[in-house]
Design a protein around this ligand. Structure first.
Ligand code: NAD
Ligand code: LMR
Length: 317
């Protein structure tokens, strides 16, 4: 049985994500934390007749209680974008939020799997890593940036064009989670595209978040599709980490030797999950020439995004 904590659980992503996690029969406790409104969200969810006990924690003073004994911590905390903003514009405020939450994790549940949704993911994951390192509890196999929404979008957009079953369409998306760092490997789908179709698809996948921000017209960014993608990732962690399921593979933004060989500390790629977090860093799908160019551009941007996150904690530029 697994205790899952959702930090900032009363937000746009937090609420539907908590609802989906409440449906998982392997969850024994669903611990909901936010700066406001968690008692109400927890009371509401607690009436659902699934096994997990729901607890609601509110304000900084209760963060420790929310985290004690957590096996998985999901972080959809922080401010979302408005039209005209980049994810990097969220850095200052969300960096502080992620640092506070990672400190709580270091103190209360240092062995938990940590899944970070807060933007800019390319920088918030390095912030969490450096915070955990500062407390001497960093395990790179247990920290994940959630990039699965890009994979979900890629499957949807490809299936719209090719007429495939979206649930059976698999597109690996590597790199990071913003604009040019998002690299969909369409050549690995076994489907054929014209170069024009490919360029349009890559652009739509890279800027899928902007499509939602624009449509929501100032009221926020993707919440429901993110909750779906976040739950898919939590489910994968539960299945591989706690139910003994083998061969569970998802793309995630992780610290790996492979990334370091390519000049970055973190890179989103397919990983096999297991009881210790990452069980295996899988080889990257083969890239064709067009994708190699996208990959190079991604590495360039990622270097800056990662250095910005790391230096926020280490003070080194
Ligand atoms: P939201 O505003 O609806 O909810 C965010 C939560 O954080 C709220 O519960 C709020 O209480 C809390 N919060 C907001 N400002 C705060 C502050 N100053 N101090 C402390 N807590 C604060 O936002 P959302 O739509 O749920 O998005 C949350 C985050 O997830 C954003 O950073 C967004 O960019 C990111 N996001 C990431 C992905 C991804 O693919 N990784 C997808 C969608 C959204
Ligand atoms: C997304 O991809 O939808 C999220 O990262 C939210 C955003 O700001 O676009």
């Amino acid at each position: 049985m697994v205790k899952v904590a959702v930090l900032r659980a009363a937000g746009g992503i937090g609420q539907p994500l908590a609802l989906l996690i409440k449906t998982n029969p392997f969850v024994s406790e669903l611990s909901l934390y936010d700066v406001v409104n968690t008692p109400g969200v927890a009371a509401d969810l607690s009436h659902i007749n699934t096994k997990s006990k729901v607890t609601g924690w509110v304000k900084d003073a209760q963060l420790d209680q929310a985290l004690q004994g957590a096996d998985i911590v999901v972080i959809p905390a922080g401010v979302p974008r408005k039209p005209g903003m980049t994810r990097d514009d969220l850095f200052n405020i969300n960096a502080g939020i992620v640092k506070t939450l990672a400190t709580g994790i270091a103190k209360n549940c240092p062995k938990a799997f940590v899944a970070i949704i807060s933007n800019p993911v390319n920088s918030t994951v390095p912030i969490a890593a450096e915070t955990l390192k500062a407390h001497g509890v960093y395990d790179p196999k247990r920290l994940f940036g959630v990039t699965l929404l890009d994979v979900v979008r890629a499957a949807t957009f490809v299936s719209e064009i090719k007429g495939t079953d979206p649930e059976k369409t698999n597109v690996a998306v590597i790199g990071g989670h913003s604009g040019p760092t998002i690299v969909p490997i369409l050549s690995g789908t076994g489907l054929s595209f014209t170069q024009e179709q490919r360029e349009a698809l890559v652009k739509r996948i890279q800027y899928g978040g902007d499509e939602v921000v624009k449509a929501k017209d100032g009221t926020g960014s993707a919440t429901l599709s993110m909750a779906y993608a976040g739950y898919r990732f939590v489910n994968a962690l539960i299945a591989a980490g706690f139910q003994g399921k083998k061969g569970v593979v998802e793309c995630a933004y992780v610290d790996s030797d492979w990334a370091k060989e390519h000049g970055v500390d973190f890179f989103a790629a397919p990983v096999e999950l297991g009881p210790e977090g990452v069980a295996k860093y899988l080889p990257l799908p083969a890239l064709d020439d067009y994708e190699k160019e996208l990959f190079k551009a991604a590495i360039t941007d990622l270097k800056g995004n990662i250095a910005k996150g790391e230096s926020r904690i280490t003070g080194k530029v």
